[in-house]
Ligand binder design. Structure first.
Ligand SMILES: [Zn+2]
Ligand SMILES: [Zn+2]
Length: 95
């Protein structure tokens, strides 16, 4: 089994263990960046990728856009990231 590579936005500045992934709420379609280790999330992609002190918008699995808790999130695929014009935030890929 090969694990597919998933795009990420760099490492999490809070826990310094995880990588930030782009996900979308299946209810409101709001996009978030979520750490795959500590599960904190951010809505401001500019801030989280440039400002080490960017405030978090909460924690998985509550959607900060529509308030659904638990919300159903799905990982954005490379293609969706391109469609949403979010490629500029992607710094690398890992499994
Ligand atoms: Zn983290
Ligand atoms: Zn939502």
């Amino acid at each position: 089994m090969t694990r597919s590579l998933r795009p990420h936005l760099g490492s999490c500045r809070i826990c310094q263990q995880g990588l930030l992934r782009l996900m979308r709420c299946t209810q409101c379609h709001g996009v978030i960046a979520v750490c795959d280790e500590c599960e904190l999330l951010w809505t401001d992609l500019d801030a989280v990728t440039t400002d080490p002190l960017a405030p978090t918008a909460g924690a998985f699995p509550k959607c900060p856009h529509c308030g659904a808790n638990p919300a159903a999130f799905e990982m954005l695929t490379k293609r969706e990231i391109e469609q949403e014009n979010l490629e500029r935030y992607i710094v690398g890929q890992s499994s």
